[in-house]
Design a protein around this ligand. Structure first.
Ligand code: IPE
Ligand code: IPE
Ligand code: MG
Length: 254
């Protein structure tokens, strides 16, 4: 069967794709099930998309799995999500290693339950040597938290004399964010028909191409990913310049 993948220009893939995986709850409710049923099915989509990115040779995939604000959801849902996280990581580490995928985590780990923290620490250590796809899980993450943390750490380093305040520039600032080791995303996908960023990578998306789809996360599969990448490849990224500057045309004949 023909796949949209055949139309993708493999030389112009986004180096980093970020995904706001939204719509699990609505997907479950549409089926008369409870919200956790949707989260469980969302894991299938994660598996498919991680595999799709690894197959194409994408460098970085960041998945927004749990936001700082999600801690305020009903206790049962939060507990269920944490258990699902631990169970999934435990099950998937072998596959990550088989596919040369390195796991990273960004977010406020202080808020995570102890059992989840230790499972994550083991998975990070176990996949540490992998050199293929970098899979970044945003957990207990929010941009405002990250930016405030960066400011706190910068202030502490200035105070202790480690950092000269006059030397602070955009590069210094980025080096204090959780994403210091990763390039900024080139493509950000949000599922479920919501048109907002919900506190995700606010500093990093300054020039990211945004792609919104009505598909609910548990229905999102590789073909949907290919569609997003094809859409990305049709865009002209100008970074503040003019169209002529980014796509120099031959001079007009006189
Ligand atoms: C996304 O799905 C997963 C998380 C935020 C953890 P939701 O749970 O937000 O699903 P909807 O938006 O209520 O449908
Ligand atoms: C964003 O989804 C967070 C994650 C996907 C983890 P939400 O469902 O929490 O976002 P809002 O509340 O609709 O903005
Ligand atoms: Mg949601």
């Amino acid at each position: 069967m023909a796949s949209l993948k055949d139309n993708i220009d493999m030389e112009r893939l986004p180096s980093h794709i970020a995904v706001i995986m939204d719509g699990n709850g609505r997907w479950a409710e549409e089926k008369g099930q409870d919200r956790l049923y949707g989260h469980y099915h969302g894991v299938e989509s994660v598996r498919d998309i991680v595999e799709g990115c690894a197959e194409m040779g994408i460098g970085y995939l960041t998945l927004y799995a749990f936001s700082t604000e999600n801690w305020d959801r009903p206790g049962d849902e939060v507990k269920g999500l944490m258990e699902l996280l631990v169970e999934t990581i435990r099950k998937e580490v072998a596959t990550l290693n088989k596919n040369n995928i390195r796991l990273h985590v960004i977010g406020n780990m202080d808020m995570m339950p102890g059992y989840a923290k230790s499972e994550l620490a083991d998975a990070l250590a176990d996949t540490n040597g992998n050199t293929g796809l970098n899979l970044v899980m945003a957990l207990s993450y929010s941009s405002r938290w990250e930016i405030v943390e960066a400011v706190r750490n910068i202030t502490a380093d200035v105070k202790s004399g480690k950092l000269d305040p006059e030397s602070i520039n955009a590069e210094t600032f980025q080096s204090y964010l959780c994403t210091a080791d990763f390039p900024n995303p080139e493509l950000m996908i949000r599922t479920s028909g919501e048109y907002r960023i919900s506190n995700f990578l606010l500093y990093q998306v300054a020039y990211t191409e945004l792609y919104f789809t009505p598909v609910l996360w548990p229905d999102f599969r590789k073909e949907n990913l290919y569609e997003a990448i094809l859409n990305f490849q049709q865009r002209e990224r100008r970074f503040g310049k003019t169209s002529h500057q980014v796509q120099p045309r031959p001079p007009a004949k006189s």
